[in-house]
Design a binder for this molecule. Structure first.
Ligand SMILES: Cc1cc2nc3c(=O)[nH]c(=O)nc-3n(C[C@H](O)[C@H](O)[C@H](O)COP(=O)(O)OP(=O)(O)OC[C@H]3O[C@@H](n4cnc5c(N)ncnc54)[C@H](O)[C@@H]3O)c2cc1C
Length: 453
């Protein structure tokens, strides 16, 4: 009998799920996607590089257009906002439209930017960076050639936007309440990021919480205030992090965890609701080291979770076992500021101690490839191992060209439960243009072995 899957949200998680469902379900089953915006399958991750001018257009950031999805047989309904879910009646209400019934539902509504209720925050000239429409609005704002740009927040989004502003020659100030930029890495490494920002002319105000925004007579932002400073601003970009966009789920009585993320099982099925799945920035995810349910809103997870949700739904339709599961994450992340590359995986010192590990931390300085090769640059690797099990539990990297992606070796080792002794003996690639004879990850692992005795 023909059935209907409704997907709310048409970006990474939602469209990955919808595309896989369309490929695997019989043709008489309907796959309907409700997307309130005007784009599908777009890369928000590319917005900073569009703003910097490295990417030419919004269209370049769209992996698959609405027309392409329609041609594939997915019933994508653009500009349609879901306003309520009734799990008993199995219906979704939409703004200004009729209710839509479903047999199975996927919630993929993403995340929403944190926007604290500070005086003047809604003034003209203050921008967020979440969607392609936000990106276009910011590009239009920058086209007015503001003399002073202020970026509030130095997480990876703030950092990447600051980099874009520097690339375009804007006088830029970054304000953050942390002691060093990028709180996902240890402050010692963050100091290297701070130095790079200052070297590129950015004024960095750390340990400074914004208290408000002064607006001029036309309602346009003119000053950003902190407890100790007043910074002139013609344009402000907010990069204050996100929380799960899960109001629909909350109103429907679904279980929520950290930062409002919907709680799902390893097949992305919502706990307690057999016919609802959720994926992407709107869910919480298991940390593979600690077992904690955390909210880590990244595209890399959203795509995989969309695929897992579809697999589980297909199995449900056919009465078979799911083929795949989402095993959780090890908190891997990567970014850059100009030529400085930055990456992390696993736990930081505080997180490891809080989770009950007895961590030993080492930090080594090496070069990104053989030191005698032209262009070799400094690279710092910080590594954490658990004293009792000798397991690798964390790594962070800051360094020159081709440094950061080495984090994937550490991420893989952590996911596989390898010890630092295992890591020292991994068969990793070596030739002078690519690496030192001991890979930088292995240099750090050897230091950890030495520290553990
Ligand atoms: C500037 C920036 C840079 C980033 N860089 C990286 C990076 O380098 N690496 C990385 O892994 N991740 C990065 N991310 C994060 C990544 O973009 C997200 O994790 C990913 O887009 C999440 O996908 P999603 O499908 O869960 O949510 P979203 O992409 O947010 O999509 C959710 C969709 O649901 C729609 N929607 C919401 N509510 C409703 C409703 N009620 N009815 C109908 N439609 C609705 C929204 O319009 C939206 O299109 C970046 C994000 C930003 C903003």
């Amino acid at each position: 009998m023909s059935q209907r899957v409704v997907v709310i949200g048409g970006d990474a998680a939602g469209m990955t799920a919808a595309s896989a469902l369309r490929r695997k379900l019989p043709k008489d089953h309907e796959v309907v996607v409700l997307e309130r915006g005007s784009w599908t399958s777009y890369s928000a991750c590319g917005i900073p590089y569009w703003i910097s001018g490295e990417v030419g257009s919004a269209e370049a950031l769209v992996a698959r257009s609405v027309e392409a999805h329609l041609a594939n047989g997915i019933d994508v309904r653009m500009g349609v906002e879901a306003t309520a879910i009734d799990p008993e009646a199995r219906t979704v209400s939409t703004r200004g439209g009729a209710d839509l019934s479903y047999d199975r539902l996927v919630i993929a509504t993403g995340a929403e930017p944190v926007r604290p209720a500070l005086p003047g925050i809604d003034g003209e000239g203050t921008y967020g960076v979440q969607t392609l429409d936000d990106g276009q609005a910011l590009i239009d704002g920058l086209a007015e050639k503001p003399e002073h740009v202020v970026v509030v927040g130095s997480g990876y989004v703030g950092l990447e936007i600051a980099e874009a502003c520097v690339a375009r020659g804007f006088d830029t100030t970054v304000i953050d309440r942390s002691k060093a930029p990028l709180s996902i890495i240890e402050p010692e490494l963050g100091e290297q990021v701070a130095a790079a920002m200052r070297a590129h002319g950015i004024r960095l105000l750390s340990d400074a919480s914004v208290t408000g925004f002064t607006l001029d007579h036309s309602g346009r932002v003119s000053v950003v205030t902190t407890k100790d400073d007043s910074v002139h601003a013609d344009l402000v970009v907010l990069g204050l992090g996100v929380t799960a966009r899960s109001k629909l789920a909350a109103d429907a009585g679904l279980l929520l965890g950290a930062k409002g993320g919907i709680v799902v099982d390893e097949h992305q099925r919502v706990i307690g609701h057999d016919d609802i799945w959720a994926a992407g920035d709107c869910v919480v995810t298991k940390d593979r080291l600690t077992g904690e349910l955390i909210h880590v809103p990244l595209g890399t997870h959203a795509n995989k979770q969309g695929m897992v949700a579809a697999d589980s739904i297909v199995a449900d339709v056919f009465g078979s076992d799911p083929r795949i599961r989402f095993p959780g994450i090890v908190r891997t992340a990567i970014t850059k500021f100009c030529a400085l590359e930055i990456a992390r995986t696993g736990l930081g010192e505080r997180q490891a101690a809080d989770a009950g590990f007895d961590p030993v931390t080492v930090s080594i300085e090496t070069t990104n490839f053989a030191g005698y090769m032209p262009g070799a640059e400094k690279m710092t690797v910080m590594m954490l191992a658990d004293r009792s099990t000798r397991r690798l539990i964390g790594a962070q990297i800051v360094g020159g060209e081709d440094s950061a992606l080495r984090i994937d070796v550490a991420a893989t080792a952590i996911a596989a439960g390898l010890t630092i002794d295992d890591v020292v003996m991994l068969d990793l690639a070596y030739a002078p243009p690519y690496s030192s004879v001991w890979s930088p990850i292995q240099v750090a692992a050897r230091a950890a072995v030495k520290a553990l005795g």
